[in-house]
Design a binder for this molecule. Structure first.
Ligand code: HEM
Length: 524
């Protein structure tokens, strides 16, 4: 009787949180589900305001308010009972595995490699190569790959207002990917022992199968959707094509190394394949998915408004064309030494900061957010790092000439680190710290500011990039210092990872507040 009276006098407003509305009117969940909520925020729904939900799910706030108020006045059907399904929490295992990997065989392993480089006072220690390649594999497949897969399985069906096709298969792809990562790392370390080939063959098969399952599940999910295709989706499609290509090239790279007969042949093969492979992984797979998700997510979530001029298509073609030109000219120049291809490579490098600046402007990351949040500093910093890292590329050849090097290894290594840590990983930290509290139904305003993580991560990354370049000029001073920078980054990642893990666990443990708890109710 009392709740009927309450419902009669209640007016839902845009500043009420989704959790408050669901607590008051459980059937409202049906309406939220139609707009893509489906399990976000767990049993009680996210602590975000209704106006935020409408902006992120591209729903009209007034229509939503009318639907909700109608439901409150005249409840339709039986009481909604929430059941958590695999597709609602599948992201948690991907994110947790990603954290576990980055803090063990990923960044921590990389930090140990860097310490060995510092102790040996050289970035060119051939005996460290298997270990560095194992680290790179863990980072690309286990860190970037698992976060992308977990995020995609969770968010893309909601972006497309549908449900995940075959969550059981999606789940299988998780275990296959994990098995592949472990086996591949073992194969890298066991080379040149013949057993390495068996590990690599197994790893290649399961990783490739995991990627194909991932792509199939998302393709079928998109097919189920009635929503018209969105323009940002071509970035995501492009990224997935590069994801598949890099998985194949990664295996080719391994078998090319394993079958090299002389050390000279080994070095030539590494020189030929390593560059294109890493560029496909970072500038193709990672950068395109970040660009696509950013366009769907960043302006809406942080309230950055629309770009003055929409350049989505131009950015997309510049990103792909510069990468293709880069790969083609790199390979052809290495094979022929014809100057024309070196010029083509330089053109590709010049195009990279162009698309990076256009992308940052398109998103408006340098405007003031109307929805400020503790994670916005990560997003903005990531784009500063992106512009910085891509702006380093056109100077690669000039730098080599000035320092009398045929191949400026330290400069390129520093550039890669600026891209993989400053841009890619900074985005993973920022986006996950924004999304996970929403998915877990935790009020982000009550969580830590993450300033400590932010400062440490930026400091560690900036110190690494600067010191790696300085090893060309003042090696005696730069090498001992650079050995510490990896551990600073690992510390920042551990700080962030523990918080995120804890927030994910709250999704399982949170219990409802007592009904009738005070919250703003505007009476009509
Ligand atoms: C966070 C701390 C990290 C540390 C301490 C670290 C350490 C290292 C070191 C010492 C190298 C060899 C550098 C060189 O020879 O110039 C390297 C290479 C590499 N790292 Fe990292 N790294 C970290 C993060 C990452 C991340 C986040 C990614 C990917 C997203 C990544 C991917 C790679 C790749 C692709 C290479 C190149 C391997 C090759 O030469 O083929 N690293 N890393």
């Amino acid at each position: 009787m009392k709740s009927a009276q309450l419902a009669g006098s209640l007016q839902i407003t845009g500043d009420m949180s989704v959790a408050e509305i669901i607590q008051l009117c459980p059937n409202a969940r049906r309406i939220f589900d139609q707009h893509g909520l489906k399990g976000c925020g767990g049993e009680h729904g996210p602590a975000e305001p209704l106006s935020f939900f409408a902006a992120v799910h591209q729903a009209d706030l007034n229509t939503l308010l009318n639907e909700l108020n109608e439901e409150v006045k005249r409840p339709s059907g039986a009481k909604y009972v929430y059941h958590e399904a695999l597709e609602d929490y599948i992201y948690r295992r991907f994110f947790k595995a990603g954290i576990a990997i980055v803090l063990s065989v990923g960044a921590l392993w990389g930090a140990v490699n860097l310490l060995q480089i510092a102790l040996g006072k050289s970035f060119l220690q051939l005996n460290l190569l298997p270990s560095i390649h194992a680290h790179a594999h863990a980072m690309i497949f286990g860190w970037v790959g698992l976060f992308v897969m977990g995020f995609a399985y969770q968010s893309f069906p909601r972006f497309k207002n549908t449900t995940l096709w075959r969550p059981d298969l999606a789940n299988r792809s998780f275990y296959m990917m994990l098995a592949g990562i472990v086996a591949f790392m073992a194969a890298e370390l066991l080379l040149p022992h013949p057993v390495a080939l068996s590990f690599a063959a197994f790893a290649s098969l399961v990783e490739l199968a995991a990627v194909l399952i991932f792509l199939t599940v998302l393709y079928q999910t998109a097919r189920k959707s009635l929503e018209p295709p969105n323009r940002y989706e071509k970035f995501i499609a492009g990224s997935f094509i590069w994801f598949l290509i890099q998985a194949v090239l990664n295996d080719v790279f391994f078998f090319a190394k394993a079958t090299a007969i002389t050390p000279k042949e080994l070095i030539m093969r590494i020189a030929l394949i390593d560059g294109p492979l890493r560029d496909i992984q970072t500038l193709g797979f990672a950068a395109l998915i970040i660009a696509g998700v950013s366009q769907r997510f960043v302006p809406a979530v942080y309230g950055l408004g629309k770009p003055g001029r929409d350049r989505q298509n131009l950015i997309f073609w510049l990103m792909n064309a510069s990468l293709l030109l880069d790969i083609a000219c790199y390979v052809l120049f290495l094979k022929t030494h014809i100057l024309f291809f070196a010029i083509g490579l330089e053109v590709a490098y010049i195009l990279m900061p162009v698309w990076a600046i256009l992308l940052a402007r398109q998103l408006g990351v340098f405007r003031s957010p109307t929805q400020p949040d503790r994670t916005f500093k990560f997003i903005r910093a990531a784009y500063v790092w992106l512009i910085f890292a891509t702006a380093m590329m056109p100077f690669f050849v000039i730098y080599g000439a000035l320092t009398h090097q045929v191949f400026a290894h330290s400069y390129l290594g520093a550039q890669r680190h600026a891209f993989t840590v400053g841009f890619i990983s900074m985005m993973i930290l920022g986006v996950s710290s924004r999304v996970v509290p929403i998915l877990a139904g935790v009020d982000a305003k009550k969580l830590a500011s993450l300033w400590g993580v932010f400062l440490l991560f930026n400091f560690g990354s900036a110190a690494r990039v600067t010191l790696q370049i300085l090893t060309d000029f003042i090696p005696r001073a730069a090498y001992p210092l650079i050995g510490f920078t990896g551990f600073i980054e690992v510390l920042a990642l551990a700080w962030w990872g523990i918080e995120l893990w804890h927030t994910m666990n709250q999704a399982k443990t949170q219990r409802p507040k007592v009904l009738g708890a005070p919250f703003p109710i505007a009476t009509s």
